[in-house]
Every structure is written in C-alpha cells, then in structure tokens.
Design a protein around this ligand. Structure first.
Ligand code: ZN
Length: 243
C-alpha cells in the first residue's frame, strides 16, 4: 500500500477523495492524500476526514508511516484526542473526503518558502530547520555574525521581488553528480525513488526539497526576523515570523 502524495504536484489542493487502506494504532492510512506528513522540517497537516455518512473525524497531525517496506510518501493521518471511538464507523476500503486545515497549511507554505530565501541570503550550510504555522527556525553552520536588520531588509527585497517558485525533477544519478545543490547538512536528498524533486525560486535558489511552497515569493507577505542568536560556537540560529 503506497500513498499517492497529491500535495507534491499541487500544494494548493485542499481536499481529495481517498480510500482507506489500513487503520492501525498510529491512525488512518489512505491510498492518496492532500495531507503533508511531518518532514524536511515542515510540520504535518491537520484537518478532517469525512465519511460517506457525513461523520467528521478530526485529524491533529500527519506523520510518515513506519510499517516495514513503507515508502517515503506513505503517510498516516493521526487522530485528534477523543476521536478514537469514531474508528468503529470506518473499515478498510471505505471512501472518505480528506480536507486539510488550509489556513494553517498556507502559513507553513509561506514560511517554508521564506526559509529558501534565507538560504539564498546566507551562504552557509543549514544545520537544522523547523517550520510551524507560527514561525520558522533555521540553524546555519557558521562562526560569522549575522546582522539582523540587514538580513531583514534583504528578506523583504526577495519577497517583494515577486520571484516565481516552481518544482522540477532530476534523476538520482544527476543528483549524485551535483552535490553542490544540497544545502542541508543533516538531511540527505531522498534518492532511491529514481528521481529527486528540486525547488527552484527563479534566479534565487535551487535545492532538493519535498515540502510545500507558494507559487510566488510575493505570497509570503510581511515577515520579521524575531531572533538571531548564537546557538553554539559554530551555529547561528534564526527565527522568522509573520510581522
Ligand atoms: Zn522547500
């Protein structure tokens, strides 16, 4: 059973129909979904699954499935507290309508795209990243000081520049031949599926990424750099949030 990750082709898709392929202690597995599972620093989606009789099951989070042989796209929809009794109404093979909390996800998309702009503004390897609906946190491996106001001005320029954002694919082989594309130290690009997804912000940034992004940097809107701190002797931590 493999989940078709519909958000990979269209991050703006807010709902889809799907069939239940498994129910386990982690939650509900569907044959296809618009729910993004926690990964690459980006938080998992919340939302609802609506059954044929209109029953709504609240989903609090989405995670990568852990069963043996799971592919990177296999996802599990994690129930919100108190929803467990509703599982009695659900069986493998049932059709459901999956709908994400779009307001929350769109904030993930805007902040996630902004982290790519930070990568472009700062020429250092990334040593950690966390994207929530409230803020994005990035760790850069550098001993150089980062000037907050200067960086904030640069970030605003890049957002206001209205740069198109698009995905493209390269083969595993091409990925191996272009190691300079990888900006994140701790996360290897997902080779082994035959192809790797790249995120291109025209003229600004190009790197492997499986997350969800906005179509144009102008959609990110007003941001501020909430924090720049020295996390360790070799790491500087940045926190950005909506202004
Ligand atoms: Zn990304």
């Amino acid at each position: 059973m493999s989940t078709r990750a519909l958000f990979r082709e269209d991050a703006y898709l807010t709902r889809c129909e799907g069939s239940v392929v498994a129910i386990d202690e982690l939650g509900i597995h569907l044959d296809q979904t618009v729910f993004y599972p926690l990964g690459g620093g980006q938080a998992g989606d919340a939302g609802t699954l609506t059954l044929a009789d209109g029953t709504r099951i609240e989903i609090a989070d989405t995670r990568k499935a852990k069963f043996e042989g799971a592919t990177p796209d296999d996802a599990v929809h994690v129930l919100a507290p108190g929803q467990e009794a509703l599982l009695a109404k659900l069986a493998v093979g049932d059709r459901v309508t999956a709908e994400i909390d779009w307001e929350r996800r769109y904030r993930h998309m805007r902040l996630h795209t902004a982290t790519h702009l930070l990568c472009a503004a700062l020429p250092y390897p990334v040593d950690g990243c966390s994207i929530t609906s409230g803020y994005a946190r990035m760790d850069f491996a550098t001993v150089e000081p980062i000037e907050r106001e200067e960086l904030e001005t640069r970030l605003r320029e890049l957002i206001g520049g209205a740069h198109p954002v698009a995905t493209e694919w390269i083969t595993d082989q091409e990925m191996e031949e272009r190691p300079e594309l990888v900006r994140t130290m701790s996360v290897k690009p997902p080779v082994g599926m035959g192809r790797v997804r790249l995120l291109r912000i025209e003229g600004i940034d190009l790197q492997p990424c499986g997350g969800t992004h906005v179509r144009n940097t102008s959609e990110i809107g007003e941001l501020r750099i909430a924090k720049v701190e020295k996390k360790s002797a070799r790491t500087r931590r940045l926190v950005i949030e909506f202004a």
